[in-house]
Design a protein. Sequence first.
Length: 273
Amino acid sequence: MSFPVEKFLFHRGRLPLLVSMPHAGEYIPPDIRASMSAAALDIADTDWHMPQLYNFLEQLGASVLVATHSRYVIDLNRPEDNVNLYPGQDTTGLCPLDTFHKEALYQAGKNPDEAEIQRRVSAYWRPYHQQLEQELQRLRAEHGVAMLWDAHSIASVVPRFFEGRLPDLNLGTGGGSSCAPELTQQLQVVAVQAAGAGYSHAVNGRFKGGHITRHYGKPEQNIHAVQLEQAQITYMEEQLPFAFDEQRAARVRPTLQRFMDVMLAWAQSHALR
């Protein structure tokens, strides 16, 4: 199986919406791969199949930014200084050392040192964030508003991070700091309606939004950012080989499309001219 080696994949859209997928990457460069454990090479903690799940974005007219490298190489949704985004809670870091199930990612004595971490920041983290920032600024300049949707997914049961089963749709706005409150309310209406199709939801619950949502969301500057952490059980098999399930995906896509519709309607009605 071949993998892309570009730092990221980017599609420039025509509407004031950027969808970021920072954990969708699967590629691990050979030099890093050689130091990793067998558990790491399963890349189990990937946000699997996100472009396929959101396969309507380009036709919709959104810009799309997709990571190509695994979060095990470097986590694009952590701050460059590796400050814990959830103080007091267990999290994985900028260059994670273990899986979500606490399996070591590196062979004994081969954890990345500070020089290697900084090399990865320069090689992979900064290019992604430079593209993200550049596109948000372009959207705001052209449309008077920029909307950022940070698309994520995670296994529905991960005891390390939360008890029991995760809600299906987890909206995060940095506790209310990354977008206008009225926008959050409108998105929550969509999530409530999705209960009719059997989906549960939370707003600023266990997942309040990572670095991307919190850093780039500046509602006072008319840049509104929202993270969706989606339970993978809604669109795929959660065990190896982590197969995509088109039947499940087809059921949940209308809700994802309605989220996008709300983001774009907000942009249209709140653009600064």
